[in-house]
Ligand binder design. Sequence first.
Ligand SMILES: [Zn+2]
Length: 499
Amino acid sequence: METTAITRKKKGGKTKHPKQPAGTINAWEQDPGSGNQPDGGQLIQEPAPDMSATSLPTAIKNPAKAPAAGVYTPGTAEFRYWAAAASLSRGSAFWSVQLPGISWEVGKTLPVDLDHGSDLNAYYDRVGLRFFHGIVGTRTFYSGESPDVINHEQGHAVLDALKPQLWNAANLEVPAFHESFGDMSAILCAMQVPSLRHGVLAETGGSLYKSSRLSRLAEQLGWAIRQSDPSDVDADCLRNAVNSFFYRPPHTLPTYAPASALSSEPHSFSRVFTSAFFEGMANMFHITTNKDEADLLQVSVDMGKILVAGITAAKVVSAFYSQVAAHMVSAANALFPNIAYGQALKSSFIRHGIISVASSAALAKLKMTAAAAKTMTAAKDKSKDVDRMRLHVAEYDLGMDSILVHGVSEPKSFAIAGATLNVGMVTPQTDDEAAKSFFEDLLRRGRLRVVKNNVAMSPVVRPGLSETHHESHTHELQQEGSEYVLKRVRIDCGPWCGH
Ligand SMILES: [Zn+2]
């Protein structure tokens, strides 16, 4: 999209997009920060973006008025506006090609609030994307200034458009996959920037599975959080897609852990899938003909197709990571029969324990036809929710004996699961156990609000909420007649422990 002409004239002299602003703007390449520093990100110049130009359009609602397009200095509100617009447009351009005919869950246009209050945070809530400002020492940081953060949040909205039944699914691997998809979206969108592709090839010598500006996500936000909670984030970014975490069933992990260890918290656990994805993409790049910048761009587009087909084909079950991974391998074999992408991905998923070695025979039998895989890249799963199931909750003293949750009740389509630490594969939890693990984890993290007779209460309270942004719970128990139903209200991407 960097080379998109500023105005495209139709025959007869009318502009195709009359609202498109003219001019060139300044933006960040992938983040305002660099490594363990809050500054030092690469500045790039682009034609002023047209946010309405794709089938997944976005619109900045706050600030209400767009400044005139121009090359502004970082630190100004005008710079932040156009930097955010550039990232949003890049995300829309990338994902709209992968998802033809699919629109946002919120409607035609995805609204964006660039400064919803004071917090080191960002979230997606089926109303739109919200970004915040946070003060650290004498500096004010804006989460909506970072392409990594913007394309992560936009990724939640993209996945929600593609697979809306993940929204309410009461299973620990599903929200973690949503977080991983956000990070994968940030990585794939960054790869659409020419200077990033050149830079990362120079930085890694073409061996992509190395810590680099591409693998390090949200360096500036990571720095800002590190100043008060050093153990919450990596040493040189918020999260790094190059890591050595090995799959564990999330219900066997603690609710919290420092960034150096794995926990069941969605952002923490997301790192297992993201690293397998990133290593798989490095493997895919390694088998390209020229291993140059053009091949890197092509790999990002091919990976987008494989990811979308794999997600679309995957059933929403307890072992969701292995379901998506197996279908990605199958989709890669079907879509690219003459390139060894499938083997490249299978290797990385096995190395990170998402697919057990003992699943190899079953994986070999999972064949997707090329026609089916192509349909997958264009198909939205129409069902809005997975089925409801009853969960007994009397022991939690919530004033009710049972609730309804959206359990992951779809049957597994084949025998593939993550690896154990010794021999064989993990036995996935039953639907009931998985829902109970999810609910208790939610209670322990203080992310549940109970709404009873229009009065809201939190069974477990989180400390240190923002002064301007009190709504940080992710789920509510909502009354429906005589029943209480567990529903998600937002995907909150703030500091993962939320101390
Ligand atoms: Zn997120």
